[in-house]
Design a protein around this ligand. Sequence first.
Ligand code: NAD
Length: 334
Amino acid sequence: RKLGYAIVGLGSYATKQIMPQFAQCASSRLVALVSGTPEKLERYGAEYGIPQTHRYSYADYDRIRDNPDIDIVYVILPNSMHAEYTIRAAKAGKHVMCEKPMAVSSAECEAMIAACRAANRLLMIGYRSRFEPYNRLCIKLAKDRLVGPTRIITAEHGFNAQPNQWRLDKPMSGGGSLMDIGIYSLNATRYLTGEEPILVSAVESTDRSDPRFRTVEDRIDWMFRFPSGIVANCVSSYTSPHNRYRIVGDQGWIDMEPATAYQGQTMRINRNNHTEAGPTPPPANQFVGQLDHLSECILTGRQPIVPGEEGLRDLRLIEAIYRSAREGRAISLG
Ligand code: NAD
């Protein structure tokens, strides 16, 4: 059986990356659309064969409760709207997939988890890299100590942000590059180590005369120390392109660049002073894997590998990174 998804927010990521993937899904189908723009409902409704009865405005949103074809609501709105639309979906009896960052504060994440728990519905965060085959392989190679026990991780994520968008408006985004793209560096250090950081030290560098950065940060770089002694050095930027990470062990390194892009992941491995291409994992589509994972968890009564608690952990760490940068000191965690 294929479970039915309603997509909430017909912006760039929803329409260009997510909606075209349902055609390849084994356990998921697109059954409904929610948008504030009637022209988008008309255009994408026609393109994906979604009948008028399954097209909703934001004012109509709570009526999804009465539509048994909708099993899952996928929230792909600006960050500040994730909590409200997740909680309303849970109250309407629907399971929820919510985009990263889960919300704009850890308090909102806690409310989202509580609402889904109270409604007995599953909540998963759109951490697609966990379904991307090179990232999965990298996690395994690190665990198997291919280059020895991990000592250091470097992770860099960034792009040159276009002006005049909600990402640069703190009330909508919750923060700058860290909320949007640095979160990939942060999340990778956790899945590559399988550990939770115990210390964070961060430095922010933002040119406040740049009109893009009136309310949000550009660069924020931080260091995490993990319980085993692993140290991660991370970059997050809105003014320079980065998409890579490197795991360094005592016998070499594993490098991924791009690491978390939509496609084109490339792995290189250095061992005993010799560098070569990494192994090629069996092909898999990360978007399809993510969408079908939640459907299969619902159908089989399992918890997703990236539940709301995973988004909450990242938001707590984001808050600690901001606090460390603001206070100019290292912060002990947990
Ligand atoms: P976008 O600006 O292209 O789309 C946002 C949508 O929300 C638009 O359709 C817009 O009309 C709608 N919207 C509703 N109310 C709005 C309001 N008050 N202000 C602004 N827009 C409003 O953004 P996007 O790039 O699609 O990002 C949406 C979410 O998806 C974000 O949380 C983002 O972090 C996430 N995202 C995830 C990935 C990923 O790879 N997992 C990639 C891109 C974006």
